[in-house]
Every structure is written in C-alpha cells, then in structure tokens.
Design a binder for this molecule. Structure first.
Ligand code: FAD
Length: 368
C-alpha cells in the first residue's frame, strides 16, 4: 500500500503515488532509478519534500524517495579549503551543523533550510547572503540520458538565482555533492538583517557558530524552521521567487519598493510595463542584456493588499501569519486550495504592479 505524499511533503498535501521506493544507499538508488527508467513508468525524485507541491490526485508513477546519508572528508585541490562529499539523502541542516561544529565556514547562513543535500543544487538554495553555488564544487550524477554516473562541475550545473540546469530540465539523480569549505572560522556577514541580529556592521567577520545561531533565531521568528506544532511552518518555504526586472521597469514602481542589484546572467521575469501597455497583457521578458534589478516578492504581495494570515473564504490554505511569502496549510488544506491562493496572489500582484510572480517550489500535477 503506497503512503500518501501529504505525509512526505512539508506542505502536507498530495495523494498517493502508484509506487514508492525508498533506496537508502547509493547502489540502491542507482538500481531503483535504472529499473524505473527501464520500465517506462512516470517517475519522480523526492528528498525531504520541502520544495514540492504534490497534486491531490497523487502521482501515477514511481516516486523514488532518496534516503542515503553520510559525509566523507576528501582531498581538495585548494590548500585553504576542506572538501566534504555528502550523500544525496543526507539532511541539509545536519550537514550545516556538522560543518559548523568543525569550525568550517561557507554554508552557515544556510542553517535551518529543510530538505536533503541532493535537492539543494536543484534550486541553488540561498538565504541570508549565502547560496550554495559559492561552495559547491561538483555533484555525482546518474544521467537519465545514458544511465551512466558522471561528475558535473558547478559550471555544468549552471547555478543561478533559485535555478540550475536540473531545474531547467536536465534529468537524472544527484547521488552526492562535494563542497569546499573554509577552515578556521570567521566569515564576513553579507545580509543586513543578519548583521543586525548579530549586533555587527555588514561585512564584519563572524564565527560560523554565532551566525548559525542568529540565522536559526531569525528563521524561527518567520516560521521558516519546521515545527510540527506550528501550522505556519507547513509550507514549501517561500512560494514565489523575487522577480527580476529591468532597471527601467523598476524605476516606475512606487518609491518604497525594495530594489536590489543582480548580475546580468539572471533570467528576467515577465512584466507588464505600467505605462503604455495599451490594455493588452504583453508579458514578454525584458532583454537579458538590460541592467536588471531584483524586487521583493513579499513587498509586492503586501502592497497589493494581501496581508499575513490572509485566506480565501472556506479555504484552509493561508498566507503565513509570520511571513507573507509562505503559503501554508493550516490543517486539512488541499493542493487545489494552495493553488487557488497562489493564483489569487499572482493576479493581485500582476494587476497592481504589472509583475508576474513565479512559483519557487516544483509543482507536480498542479498548475497555477
Ligand atoms: C520552512 C521552509 C523554509 C525554506 N527556506 C528556504 C530558504 O531559505 N532558501 C531556499 O533556497 N529554499 C528554502 N526552502 C525550500 C527547500 O527547503 C529547499 O529547496 C530544499 O533544498 C529542498 O530539499 P528537499 O529534499 O526537501 O527537496 P524536494 O522537495 O524533495 O525536491 C525538490 C526538487 O528536487 C528534486 N530532487 C530531490 N532530490 C533529488 C536528487 N537527489 N537528485 C536530483 N533531483 C532531486 C525533486 O524531484 C524536486 O524536483 C524552504 C522550505 C521550507 C519548507
């Protein structure tokens, strides 16, 4: 009897899969994947289920839930780094705790992010001024195209803002991830809110253990650390990415709208110019070469009139009471209710600011 996917995802929605496999070693993962691929069945990988929205109808195919674990120290080609190879099913935050306990810096600001190490490169997880692209060296990857295990470098993964080639459609299984971390402690704080919480100036070098503690505190205050007793944490984290728009478009937004510079390589989002759209919804992306700006999705949602705790009549899906960007299951919500709320938020923000909000989690059988 298959287990319901609602029990395997942090948003707690989703019906049953046709088949659930839970390989716990690298060899078992390879066997499970190759057998499933050979069968021609639909298939889906799952780690901690913290970035996946599963349909109420379940999944008509095989879900391979990666359960491997283990951390090994291996030689780094950089004298000033220590390299860790971590199995894909290893709990992400357990890895961060381990690295901090060794006095290593590089991933301490990513404390408290739920999920598995193998899923972390899929959207290049990031928080509080760090993202995994800064320390990831390579992954071992079972390639769907030929069933071979290859080593993919960080460059080949094309890591960007909440993006990678894996999210872009390169199919296969991450079996292990290698990181180069910095021994010997203190690393500069690059996020104003974190610097504030630590009581230091931006750029001050801080011990990774202190950074971890401050990040965990900040995250808990926003309902961004899983807590079975708190329905505000029954979410997929931030439900929308921060939109990337041209500087020209951003200049037309209200004065208080936060705007952050981004690298030219980031993929722009769709926008409707606020003036001169002539009533037609022309939502082409701005050219990649134009100077770009990252907006705050949370600010756009709040200023489109949707406040914390908001829910549609009769629905058990709600905006978190602690964080506008998290769509939550307040108890018994369906995937349809989550999608309905997401569409409502998108429509309000598009109507108010001309910006199309993109969902951050992976939607399986759910469309917005
Ligand atoms: C409370 C909360 C807070 C969060 N905060 C953050 C945050 O601050 N920053 C951030 O970036 N994210 C955040 N997230 C999102 C999420 O935790 C991360 O994206 C995490 O990396 C997902 O890991 P997972 O194992 O749960 O992925 P899953 O949801 O199980 O899978 C996500 C995707 O990865 C694929 N996948 C899983 N394992 C593998 C594998 N081994 N090989 C290839 N593909 C695989 C799946 O098929 C799916 O497409 C948050 C989520 C929650 C619930």
């Amino acid at each position: 009897m298959a287990r319901s996917l609602s029990g395997l995802t942090t948003l707690r929605v989703g019906g049953e899969p046709r088949l659930l496999l839970e390989p716990a070693t690298r060899d078992e993962i390879v066997d499970a994947a190759l057998e499933t691929w050979a069968s021609g069945e639909e298939w889906l990988l799952l780690g901690g289920g913290s970035n996946t929205v599963m349909a109420d109808e379940g999944f008509d195919g095989t879900v391979i839930r990666i359960r491997s674990s283990g951390i090994a120290e291996i030689p780094s080609d950089r004298a000033d780094r220590l390299r860790l190879r971590v199995e894909a099913g290893h709990d992400w935050d357990a890895l961060v705790a381990y690295s901090v306990s060794l006095g290593l810096s590089g991933i301490e600001a990513l404390s408290g992010i739920p999920g598995s190490v193998g899923a972390a490169p899929v959207q290049n997880i990031g928080a509080y001024g760090q993202e995994m692209a800064e320390t990831l060296v390579a992954v071992d990857f079972l390639d769907y195209l030929d069933g071979e295990v290859v080593r993919l470098s960080a460059d080949e993964l094309e890591l960007g803002y909440r993006w990678s080639a894996l999210k872009g459609g390169r199919q296969g299984v991450v079996l292990a991830v290698e990181f180069d971390l910095t021994p010997g402690g203190a690393a500069p704080v690059r996020y104003a809110q974190l610097a504030n919480a630590l009581g230091v100036e931006l750029g001050t070098a801080v011990d990774p253990a202190a950074t971890r503690e401050a990040v965990l505190g900040l995250r808990a205050s926003k309902g961004m650390v899983l807590d079975a007793a708190d329905p505000d944490t029954a979410s997929a984290g931030s439900f929308f990415t921060n939109p990337i728009v041209s500087a020209a478009f951003a200049a037309d937004l209200p004065e208080g709208a936060p705007r952050f510079p981004v690298s030219a390589s980031a993929l722009p989002d769709r926008v409707v110019p606020l003036d001169g759209s002539g009533g037609s919804l022309q939502v082409d992306p701005v050219p990649r070469e134009a100077p770009q700006v990252k907006l705050s999705a949370a600010w756009l949602i709040e200023h489109a009139g949707i406040s914390r705790g908001f829910r549609l009549p009769g629905s058990s899906a709600a905006i978190s009471s602690k964080h506008t960007l998290a769509l939550t299951n307040q108890g018994g919500a369906t995937a349809d209710q989550i999608a309905e709320l997401a569409r409502y938020v998108q429509t309000r923000v598009l109507a108010e600011f001309g910006v199309f909000l993109h969902p951050e989690p992976v939607l399986v059988g759910v469309s917005l």
